[in-house]
Every structure is written in structure tokens, then in C-alpha cells.
Design a protein around this ligand. Structure first.
Ligand code: NAD
Ligand code: 6OD
Length: 494
């Protein structure tokens, strides 16, 4: 049984309810997950509050940061356990889990401990109206108990991306992992206990959204702030539900990200970039590319390179070293993506490659497999080219001029990420400055420096996290103004 983790204890849900955790590669049952009841969620919030006011709140900054480094080291030591759990829950290939998800799960604790340790304090000296000196400085206090609601695509990476800075800033957390991928959040509870993180600092409640742990947590009056990653419509529901409590929210939401390929680009770089941004993690990355705009002289060449990449992907058992393409996360997500594959045909797409379900060996036939798919011939305004699919597919659309490419790229309610391929540095700079997105990669994709601002505009999110920007969300600023009484004339000018 995959348990909740509340106040340092692994606990079955008090309502006695559980739900299955399924391996998407073959449809087999991994384990049952114990669903948290409303009273379990309440206990988790109370435990988080007690730790905040107690042992966690009493640690010095240095002690807290050292402890987060110890958490990171312990995740590294147990990397094989985390990798195995993440692969079973998501179906992602071993190489991806071991190079991206789990190392980032550790790095998120190290980097944010160091950011918080090194951030300077804002300070101004000045004069009061009577001419006496005043000193203003800003203190950062933790927000309090932070609810962390997570998606299934990069479970440990995206959860620790928020838990790391939240704890580094002195908050305590209650995490609601996705119902699809509960395992690594509970495993992290073992690490927290091994390292000696005080009970109640890190809590996990399992369940669903409405009428379950997600809703119980995000509407709980004892929660001080909510950080969410997931679909735009879910983010809107959480904002509505939390509005009464005037809770600060950080929202990392969906996208329909463009790649823009200019004719002067290095097509090997383009092919390598698109191979990752369209197909990595079976297209289930919020930053992934689903719209590829290609300048007409290189259109056919880019389509051909994309199709070659797609045909060369090797679906198979995710634990096999040769596998580089996993299943989708669930049968229901497979049904959604296949619905878009049909819609694309209905909207007049030419299916360059893919478009269905691959033939898999008997042992994997129960999995949520999908073919990587490339379309041309879709109108820019078609639903396929406008709505987030979250699958390994893209619409390739030609353009002639830079101005046209910009209009096409920006014509979306989303605004998360874009990749631009060109060897013209002036154009790259000019174009990047006009894209209405939170993240632009030039001749690259998903290259991350955790000190940089991360987030989306429009329907892709609210706020920025990363580096010191995370501190803006996870701390409350208090300004302290001290009026000084100088004892001699020289000090008045201090
Ligand atoms: P989702 O919105 O369906 O679920 C996310 C989490 O919210 C889950 O834990 C779910 O149980 C919970 N939830 C659902 N309804 C809720 C409610 N009413 N109240 C409280 N909690 C609720 O998202 P998903 O399907 O897990 O993830 C895929 C989506 O996430 C895609 O849209 C993707 O673009 C987005 N995403 C965005 C980013 C980013 O950084 N911008 C990163 C990863 C994923
Ligand atoms: O790299 C990150 O910090 C991050 N938040 C990535 C999000 C990926 C979305 O699927």
C-alpha cells in the first residue's frame, strides 16, 4: 500500500478508501494507494503548522540549509529506488528518469538551499522628517504552511521544484501528488525521516481533485499559500476555490508552445532540438513543442527530419536500456490524445507519420502506447494547432517572413515557452524580445539553470519561480524602519 505521510508517520487514510496505481507500460497493478480523507488532510495541515511553530521554525538558516543538502544527498544515495518507482508510475524510459527526473529531484534541494543562504537583505539609510537618521531593512519570513499540488508528467522533479524552495525559505508543506504518480512523494517521506527532518515539515496526502484530497487541501483555512502545477482549467478552479481566503497562489499551467525555424538555421541543431521538444517524455512536458513554424525554403527538409526521428524512436519496456520512447501516462490520457489524432484527420491534416497505436509485444499490449506523430496541412486556426494535446505530436506549418512567424507564434491564449532556430544573433535577440512567453530557447530546448525565472504568461500561469524569484512567492517581506537617536553630530550622517 502506498501511504500518506503525515507528521512523520506513514498512515493509511482514515476513511479506509484506496485506489489503484497502474503501470502505464503494461496496465499492470503496481499497488493500491491509500486515499486521504478530509480529516487526514486536516491532520497534515495541523502537523505542518506545529512543525512551523516548533522544531523547524527554531532551526537557524544554516542548519535548515544543511539539512536540505542532506536530503539531496540521501535522494542521490537512493536514486535506484526513486528511478524504479518513477519508471513504474510513468512508463518513462530509464535513461530519462536517471538523467533528468531523479537528479533534478536532488538538485532542487541543493540549489534552493544555496540561493536562500546567499540572498542579500534590502537596506536603505535615510532621514526622518526631523532630520534624524533612519535605517530601513526588509526581513523575509516564511509564508507558513504551503500546499503543493502536483501533476504526473515529471512527478519528483516538479514536486521538489516547489518543496525545495518552500522548505529552504522556512515554510512547511503538504503535498498532493497526482493520483497517477503517487510513489516518489511517499518515498521522499522515508528520506525525510532518515535525514532527521522534523516530523510535520513534509507531509503527503494522496487522492484526487474535486471532492478529494486536492480540494480538501486547497480550501483548508490553515493553508497560507498554494503552489500548483497542472492544467489551466484546474488552476482556475483552485484560484476560484481559494479566493475567499485571499491566499497567494503560484500557477504553472498548460501551453501550446511554438518552435520557429528560420531558413538559416543549422538543420542538425533543429533536428536534435525538435526530437527532444516534440517527443521527449512521450510529448508530456509542459514546455514541449506542438506547433512548428518553418520558413518555406527548409520546410520539406524539416518535415523529413522530424519524420525520420519519429520513425527511429524505440518504444519498449521502459526499464530496457534500448527503449527511448515510453507509453503515455494512462489509458484515459491515451484516449484523449487519440481523440486529437482523429480530430487532426477530420481537420484535413496530412499524417506524415504515426497517427495511431503501435503494435507492441503481447506483454506490453495492455499499455497506453501511442505513435509519435507529425502533421502538415493543418490550418493555423484549427483546434489541433490551438489546443494543448500533451502528446508526442506536432503540426508543422510554413511561413515566409519574420513578421508572419511572430504573429503565428503569438496567436495563442497560452504563453509558456518557445524555441527559435536561427544563426542570426540579431534576429534571435529581436524575435525573442517580441515573443509573449515566459521562456525562450535559442537553438535549444529545456536547458535549465535553476537560478533563472521560470513561468508562463497568459493562460500558462501566474508568477515566476526559480532562483530569487521563488523567494518572492515562498516568503513574506516585512520592512523594519528604525529611527536612530544619534549621540553626536557625526553619527547623524551614518
Ligand atoms: P491536472 O490539472 O489534471 O492535475 C494536477 C493536480 O491537480 C493533480 O494532483 C490533481 O489531482 C489535482 N487537482 C485536480 N483538480 C483539482 C481541484 N479541483 N482542486 C485541487 N486539486 C485538483 O494536470 P495533469 O493532467 O496532472 O498535468 C498535465 C497538465 O499540467 C498539462 O496541462 C501541462 O501543461 C501542465 N503542466 C504545466 C507545467 C508548467 O510548469 N507550466 C509543468 C507540468 C505540467
Ligand atoms: O525545469 C523546471 O524547473 C520545470 N518546472 C519544468 C517543467 C516542465 C513541465 O513539464
Amino acid at each position: 500500500m502506498i501511504s500518506n505521510f503525515i507528521g512523520g508517520q506513514f498512515r493509511a487514510g482514515s476513511g479506509g478508501k484506496s485506489f489503484p496505481d497502474t503501470n502505464p507500460a503494461d496496465g499492470s497493478l503496481i499497488d493500491q494507494v491509500s486515499e486521504a480523507s478530509q480529516s487526514d488532510v486536516h491532520d497534515a495541515v495541523q502537523s505542518a503548522r506545529a512543525a512551523l511553530d516548533g522544531p523547524w521554525g527554531r532551526l537557524t538558516l544554516a542548519q535548515r540549509c544543511d539539512m536540505l543538502h542532506a536530503v539531496a544527498d540521501a535522494v542521490d544515495r537512493r536514486a535506484d529506488d526513486f528511478i524504479a518507482a518513477e519508471i513504474a508510475d510513468t512508463g518513462k524510459p530509464h535513461a530519462l528518469a536517471s538523467h533528468l527526473d531523479i537528479p533534478r529531484g536532488a538538485a532542487n534541494f541543493r540549489v534552493f538551499a544555496d540561493v536562500v543562504r546567499n540572498v542579500p537583505t534590502e537596506c536603505f539609510t535615510g532621514q526622518a522628517p526631523d532630520g534624524k537618521p533612519v535605517l530601513n531593512y526588509a526581513l523575509r519570513r516564511p509564508k507558513g504552511v504551503v500546499a503543493v499540488v502536483c501533476p504526473w508528467n515529471l512527478p519528483l522533479l516538479l514536486m521538489t521544484w516547489k518543496v525545495g524552495p518552500a522548505l529552504a525559505c522556512g515554510n512547511t508543506v503538504v503535498v498532493k501528488p497526482s493520483e497517477e504518480t503517487p510513489a516518489t512523494a511517499t518515498l521522499l517521506g522515508e528520506v525525510m525521516n532518515q535525514v532527521g527532518v522534523p516530523a510535520g515539515v513534509y507531509n503527503v496526502v494522496h487522492g484526487f481533485g474535486p471532492g478529494s484530497a486536492g480540494e480538501f487541501l486547497t480550501t483548508h483555512p490553515g493553508v497560507d499559500a498554494i503552489t500548483f502545477t497542472g492544467e489551466t482549467s484546474t488552476g482556475a478552479a483552485i484560484m476560484r476555490a481559494s479566493a475567499g481566503g485571499i491566499k497567494p497562489v503560484s500557477m504553472e499551467l498548460g501551453g501550446k508552445n511554438p518552435a520557429i525555424v528560420f531558413a538559416d538555421a543549422n538543420l542538425d541543431v533543429v533536428a536534435a532540438g525538435l526530437a527532444r521538444s516534440v517527443f521527449e517524455n512521450t510529448g508530456q512536458v509542459c514546455l514541449g513543442t506542438e506547433r512548428v513554424y518553418v520558413q518555406r525554403p527548409v520546410f520539406d527538409a524539416v518535415v523529413q527530419r522530424l519524420a525520420e526521428t519519429a520513425r527511429g524512436l524505440r518504444p519498449g519496456r521502459p526499464t530496457d536500456a534500448a527503449t527511448n520512447f515510453g507509453p503515455l501516462v494512462s489509458a484515459s490520457h491515451q484516449a484523449k490524445v487519440l481523440g486529437y489524432y482523429q480530430l487532426a484527420r477530420d481537420e484535413g491534416a496530412r499524417v506524415v507519420c504515426g497517427g495511431g497505436v503501435p503494435a507492441m509485444p503481447d506483454a506490453l499490449r495492455g499499455g497506453a502506447w501511442i505513435e509519435p506523430t507529425v502533421w502538415t496541412g493543418l490550418a493555423h486556426g484549427s483546434r489541433t494547432a490551438r489546443e494543448e494535446i500533451f502528446g508526442p505530436c506536432c503540426a508543422v506549418i510554413p511561413f515566409d517572413t519574420e513578421a508572419e512567424a511572430l504573429t503565428l507564434a503569438n496567436d495563442t491564449p497560452y504563453g509558456l515557452a518557445a524555441s527559435v532556430y536561427t544563426r542570426d544573433i540579431d534576429r534571435a535577440h529581436r524575435f525573442a524580445s517580441k515573443l509573449r512567453v515566459g521562456l525562450v530557447w535559442i537553438n535549444a530546448w529545456f536547458v535549465r539553470d535553476l537560478r533563472t525565472p521560470f513561468g508562463g504568461s497568459g493562460q500558462s500561469g501566474l508568477g515566476r519561480e526559480g532562483g530569487v524569484h521563488s523567494l518572492e512567492f515562498y516568503t513574506e517581506l516585512s520592512n523594519v524602519c528604525i529611527k536612530l537617536e544619534p549621540t553626536d553630530a557625526g553619527a547623524a550622517h551614518a
